[in-house]
Design a protein around this ligand. Structure first.
Ligand code: ADP
Length: 490
């Protein structure tokens, strides 16, 4: 056996290929960090329309791979590409399933055939590994879209000579997305209903849950911060999965996500108007000025605190709190720039709240990666008032950009942000605990007041910019976990 650990990395999205949220950042960076530590990592992704349009450098790898989906047999083509750091990626191509405007659905709801789409992906990814003779020592799956794979490994695939005994790791990036589908579709998955569709299996109150499949059948479960690992075992945060997670608690651990400082670093970011670092801060006010101009905000805001927020528009993200107290926040004599995409209802509520504040509030609805960088660099204070937050990446990016985070003390936000104490000069941001508009407002007020004290503000910014959340440490933890599961001889 070779002494290089082989990892098959299965995610429904990854930077730079396709992204709806933080999972893509993780799936873009972690395989590269694992590779730097010596692992042989191969990734698989569905070949979505957005990748087709972007004209990525692909080459044909496999043609007409036969995949059974219930009683049907469908063919997939597989294209090959690689990440910038040289991780090979197999792209599963099937027009009727993946050539669509979005990854999982529209603002009105999920695509009706997501079970078919991600069942097909699970089988095709495993068959591709086999066809390419890439025999993994461990399969690392991410979120409900790949939750079927651990079950398949305990079922039909685990019985094959190629995959026999291959351990799986399942990472929960967000317990709120559970991959729920009608029970009668179980035959599609390729799993025996008798063996898998019951309370100790992937059944969840009469439905199929692919998230539960991942939790129950994987050899180890991880989530993306130590605090979230504890929280999801409680009824308040477990979204109905807390019982099953308590049951698996000895196999569950939290490993904090890292930051890809190649992409998120104000000293080398090519998407911002001026670069800066702790030694040379002149670029930051330039970024602020440019952002104020771009969002058509009042020039007087240049000397006042500018708040930024970049978020999926989802009830998870605390936008209801923001809408409730927007007028009170603006009464603190600050400006706000908000970039978000998602839920229609939340979009309308924000539009309504922002309408009467032209010049003070800059709102952009849509997914806009370059603007996200310009907001990170141009704002002074960054808001993450989440109801729950498995890890959260934007607060860690904000730290690096000297944009002081105001966060709710939950999940990874609580693990990464330390309340600033002006007496000791310790801390990198502002936190509030109860999920209440008044508590959020107090935290924003604390930040806006500190902004008026340039010496203290410089200190809190510098504390954040110096923090190091690079991927190496987290990747090392994953590697140790993989090693603990494999029986290979080294
Ligand atoms: P989540 O995965 O729950 O959306 P994270 O904080 O882990 O939250 O990651 C969010 C990622 O998505 C960050 O990279 C953030 O910059 C990005 N992002 C979120 N909304 C937008 C948007 N509308 N436009 C551009 N980037 C966005």
């Amino acid at each position: 056996m070779s002494d290089v650990l082989k990892v098959l990395f299965l995610s429904p999205e990854a930077v730079p290929f396709a992204k709806t949220g933080g999972l893509a950042d993780v799936a873009g960076a972690l395989p590269e960090a694992l590779k730097r530590l010596g692992a042989d990592v191969r990734m698989a992704l569905p070949f979505y329309r957005i990748m087709r349009e972007r004209d990525s450098q692909t080459r044909p790898l496999l043609k007409d791979l036969k995949i059974s989906l219930g009683t049907e047999t469908l063919a997939a083509n597989v294209l090959g590409t690689q990440t910038e750091g040289g991780v090979p990626v197999s792209l599963i191509e099937r027009e009727d399933l993946y050539d669509r405007p979005n990854l999982y659905g529209t603002p009105e709801g999920d695509y009706y055939d997501n079970l078919e789409r991600f069942t097909f992906f699970a089988h095709a990814a495993l068959k591709t590994a086999e066809a390419l003779s890439f025999k993994p020592d461990v399969i690392h799956c991410h979120d409900w879209q790949t939750g079927l794979v651990p079950a398949l490994m305990k079922g039909p695939y685990g019985a094959t000579p190629f995959f026999r005994g291959t351990p799986t790791v399942f990472t929960i990036h967000n317990i709120g997305y559970q991959g729920l589908f009608q029970a009668q579709k179980i035959a599609l998955t390729g799993l025996s209903s008798q063996q898998f569709f019951h309370m100790e299996g992937l059944e969840y109150y009469g439905r199929i849950s692919l998230l539960k499949a991942g939790i129950v059948y994987s050899d180890a479960v991880t989530t993306v911060s130590p605090t979230y690992a504890r929280e999801i075992q409680t009824p308040e945060y477990g979204k109905g999965m807390d019982g099953i997670l308590r049951h698996r608690r000895t196999s569950l651990r939290g490993i904090l996500n890292g930051v890809d400082y190649q992409l998120w670093n104000p000293s080398r970011d090519t998407l911002i108007p001026a670069n800066y670092s702790t030694q040379k801060m002149a670029g930051k006010p330039q970024c602020k000025e440019a952002l104020i101009h771009e969002m058509a905000l009042n020039e007087s805001l240049e000397k006042k605190p500018l708040l930024g927020m970049i978020s999926r528009l989802d009830s998870q993200k605390g936008l209801d709190l923001l809408v409730q107290i927007l007028d009170d926040i603006l009464a603190l004599d600050v400006g706000l720039v908000l970039l978000g995409s998602g839920d229609d209802r939340i979009q309308r509520a924000i539009h309504k709240a922002a309408k009467s504040n032209r010049g003070r509030v800059g709102l952009k609805i849509g997914f806009d990666e370059p603007l996200a960088h310009r907001i990170m660099a141009g704002a002074d204070i960054f808001l993450v008032p989440s109801r729950y937050e498995p890890c959260g990446l934007t607060q860690m990016y904000a730290l690096k950009y000297g944009t002081v985070p105001v966060v709710r003390a939950t999940g990874g936000l609580d693990d990464t942000i330390l309340q600033f104490d002006p007496r000791t000069g310790k801390g990198n941001g502002f936190k509030f605990k109860p999920y209440e508009a008044a508590a959020f407002l107090e935290a924003v007020r604390g930040a806006a007041e500190l902004f008026l004290d340039p010496k203290a503000w410089k200190k809190v910014m510098a504390n954040g910019m110096k923090a190091d959340f690079s991927w190496e440490r987290s990747a090392q933890s994953y590697l140790e976990l993989y090693e603990s599961l494999t029986t290979r001889s080294v």
